[in-house]
Design a binder for this molecule. Structure first.
Ligand code: MG
Length: 218
């Protein structure tokens, strides 16, 4: 791992075991009559974005209204996600802390919950890049800020081009948007993590398949 000056890691289904917007939907829709249908629709949209059959921007814009989420739901979400760290991340926290300067989180998820979930493990808030929510005056989440590169299709590539981080750069993730960083040349290597989910469309495009973070660090 010493050869990489920059290591970029995805959040959903990589640093945590789940897709956080699905967990946010579970919390926000706990009492909704159409809860199951809406959670399923959100999961379907996530899968389409992660396998590359729908643009990330469209999938994100369509998921947020389905969530029905409010500011106070985020506090609960952070506590839920802290129980769902990827097991091999927790086994290797000393390494992640020791390498925090060159570790970046780049996610299509949202800063409002990723920072409080990852900061306790030593990830630097200034190295965490993610979307940001827009709230109305009543505290309802109404949209993602579309000025943020990460809300856009191939947004990770756009962000990395802007950041111009030191080379060589490795991206570790589970989804199509992670592979896009390698395809665009903004990362020199793409390792797919299959510990939480195995998407064959993504795995076949990876330079290396990691069953867990243990393989990376061992
Ligand atoms: Mg992911």
């Amino acid at each position: 791992m010493q050869e990489f000056a920059t290591i970029i890691i995805d959040f959903d289904s990589t640093l945590v075991q789940v897709e956080s917007l699905e967990d946010l939907a579970d919390i926000a829709l706990a009492n909704a009559d159409d809860r199951l249908e809406r959670v399923q629709s959100i999961a379907d949209l996530t899968n389409q974005a992660m396998t590359g059959t729908m643009g990330f921007d469209e999938a994100l814009a369509r998921r947020i209204p389905l969530l029905g989420a409010r500011r106070e739901h985020l506090t609960e979400l952070v506590e839920v996600l802290k129980q769902k760290y990827t097991p091999s991340l927790l086994r290797n926290t000393a390494w992640f802390r020791a390498n925090s300067e060159r570790l970046y989180v780049v996610s299509g998820g949202f800063r409002e919950f990723i920072v409080p979930v990852m900061e306790p493990l030593g990830f630097k808030p200034e190295n965490i890049f993610a979307n940001t929510f827009i709230f109305d005056d009543a505290g309802n989440i109404t949209a993602a800020d579309t000025a943020n590169f990460l809300s856009q299709d191939d947004g990770k590539t756009k962000l990395l081009r802007h950041l111009n981080l030191p080379k060589p750069r490795l991206i570790i993730g589970d989804g199509f948007s992670d592979y896009q960083l390698r395809a665009s040349g903004e990362c020199e290597a793409f390792y797919v993590l299959t510990e939480n989910i195995n998407r064959s469309e993504v795995v076949k495009r990876a330079d290396r398949v990691l069953a867990s973070f243990d393989e990376l660090l061992g």
